[in-house]
Design a binder for this molecule. Structure first.
Ligand code: NAI
Ligand code: MG
Length: 492
């Protein structure tokens, strides 16, 4: 396990010499310490990224040459899948099969953006028909510069790849600040990138706390672009910092995403996707469908089955065989989620499953899969992101009512609809005010498809070609045909 910062291709302690604890949430033991980066370290990292961008080879390579390095990074991640997944489990708590899935997707993300980097050699230049005689014009895409990437703890290495892979594909250089709750796999990414031949300074990684390392990165004049995933209040701070010197900014923030279940959905099918939508990854998923609206005729039957199945979920340490629900990431998150459940009950929701710490697992950050039925529409639990294995349910009578309730949120990250009537599902999918819509499923995510939110859930899109465009500026080059005199001042 690494414990130093990765700056300008070298491993280095924090300028302050300080370290901070890395905790395993399955039993709250401290199993490692890493460098506590601060403003001085961010200065060094940005200076290295600046040099690598302004005078280094990386932005000047062809897309095909960058693609070779990106592919080797993807291969390097895939080759170490098992140990990276185990590291992720210890740091984050998630069950091992989910961590393996994350690491496979992380490798896949680098492979995908390798292909897009190679395509840039053709796609970066586009002729523009002007309809004006004597002029020709092109639009040329170029890397935006030094990118500052700040990521959360729920999918630590995968979230790093969603920013680092497209940024590198575009020809940007990067300073990455992982979450203080899960810093370890990001450091391994630095090592893998170096082994893959990424030039020094192109990817720099500074571990540390938000206010100490994240904020100086957002405020640094040497950074051209900020990419952030995390909570709305921190996202607002990132955007305010970006405003000072007009950095471009992309934000992927929280959600309170609805899942609308029509009564023509078989109960098994509904229960499976409701559960996957909120219990997968302990519900620590920005797009989790945490508000479930169920058509009245099947409400009681779906709830009864949901409560029965939720109680059967095997809870335990992520490395234990057969576990489907691990601990939450930290004591802080544990307390926050338990407080949210109590608040929901105080507000009038009916607790119909879970609600507490599972017996025998008191040493870790575990929360039972929890169902809160019928919270009032203006209650905190119905409106705010909990970020834990807690689902709120309500019945509805008509399609219009379902759409209105689904869209009645300040968030707009994701939404889902289940119905055997695919015309109806399509109507509802179109009516959702959300950036990601699932039909007859919830949560499956693909590197090729755009990811991001409406309203308070963010700005911009990651993944797919949209993710690459985040890290590209567009330049127009317009030329005049010298054979023709312009003849405005010099009338010949
Ligand atoms: P956070 O938004 O504060 O942290 C995310 C990242 O931002 C971390 O790397 C953190 O160090 C950094 N950060 C914190 N303050 C910063 C600042 N002033 N300037 C720059 N960077 C800063 O989220 P946190 O505290 O980890 O979790 C709080 C809540 O946020 C969760 O309970 C959950 O509701 C939500 N959340 C949402 C996520 C999503 O994917 N949408 C991911 C993680 C958390
Ligand atoms: Mg941890």
């Amino acid at each position: 396990m690494r414990d130093q910062l990765f700056i300008d291709g070298a491993w280095t302690p924090a300028a302050s010499g300080q370290m901070f604890d890395v905790t395993d949430p399955s039993d709250n033991t401290v199993f490692h310490r890493v460098a506590r980066g601060g403003a001085d370290d961010i200065d060094r990292a940005v200076a290295a990224a600046r040099r690598a961008f302004d005078t280094g080879p990386w932005p000047r390579l062809s897309g095909a040459q960058r693609a070779e390095v990106l592919r080797r990074i993807g291969d390097g991640i895939a080759a170490r899948k098992d140990d990276l997944a185990r590291l992720e489990v210890r740091d984050n708590g998630k069950p091992l099969p989910e961590a393996i899935w994350d690491i496979e997707d992380t490798a896949g993300c680098f492979h995908y953006y390798a292909d897009l980097a190679a395509r840039l050699d053709n796609d970066a230049t586009q002729d523009i028909p002007l309809g004006a005689e004597g002029f020709t014009a092109r639009a040329v895409k170029e890397p935006v510069g030094v990118a500052g990437a700040i990521i959360p703890w729920n999918f630590p290495m995968l979230m790093a790849s969603w920013k680092v892979a497209p940024a590198l594909a575009a020809g940007c250089t990067v300073v990455l600040k992982p979450s203080e709750l899960t810093p370890l796999t990001a450091l391994e990414l630095g090592a893998i990138a170096a082994e893959a031949g990424l030039p020094a300074g192109v990817l720099n990684i500074v571990t540390g706390f938000g206010p100490e390392a994240g904020q100086p990165l957002t405020e640094h004049p040497g950074v051209d672009k900020l990419a952030f995933t995390g909570s709305v209040p921190t996202g607002a701070r990132v955007m305010a910092a970006a405003a000072r010197d007009i950095k471009t900014v992309s934000l992927e923030l929280g959600g309170k995403s609805p899942l609308v279940v029509f009564a023509d959905t078989p109960i098994d099918e509904a229960v499976e996707w409701i559960m996957f939508g909120i219990f997968w990854n302990q519900g620590e998923v920005c797009s989790a469908t945490s508000r479930v609206l169920i058509e009245a005729p099947s409400y009681d039957a779906v709830l009864a089955r949901l409560a029965e199945e939720a109680a059967k979920i095997r809870i335990g340490p992520g490395l234990e065989d057969g576990v489907l629900l691990g601990p939450l990431v930290s004591r802080g998150q544990h307390e926050k989620v338990l407080a949210a459940i109590r608040r929901g009950v105080d507000e009038g929701a009916r607790l119909i499953a879970g609600g507490g710490v599972p017996k025998g697992l008191e040493a870790g950050c575990y929360v039972e899969p929890t169902i809160l039925a019928d919270p009032p529409l203006d209650s905190w639990v119905w409106r705010e992101e909990i970020f834990g294995p807690v689902v709120c349910t309500r019945p509805f009578d008509t399609e219009d009512e379902a759409i209105r309730l689904a869209n009645d949120s300040k968030y707009g990250l994701a939404a889902a609809v289940m119905s055997a009537d695919l015309d109806r599902a399509e109507r509802v999918a179109r009516a959702f005010r959300a950036g990601i819509v699932w039909v007859n499923c919830s949560q499956p995510t693909f590197t090729e498809a755009p990811w991001g939110g409406y309203k308070h859930s963010g700005i911009g899109r990651e993944l797919g070609e949209w993710g690459l465009n985040n890290y590209l500026e567009v330049k127009q080059i317009t030329a005049w045909d010298r054979a023709k005199p312009w003849g405005w001042y010099l009338k010949g």
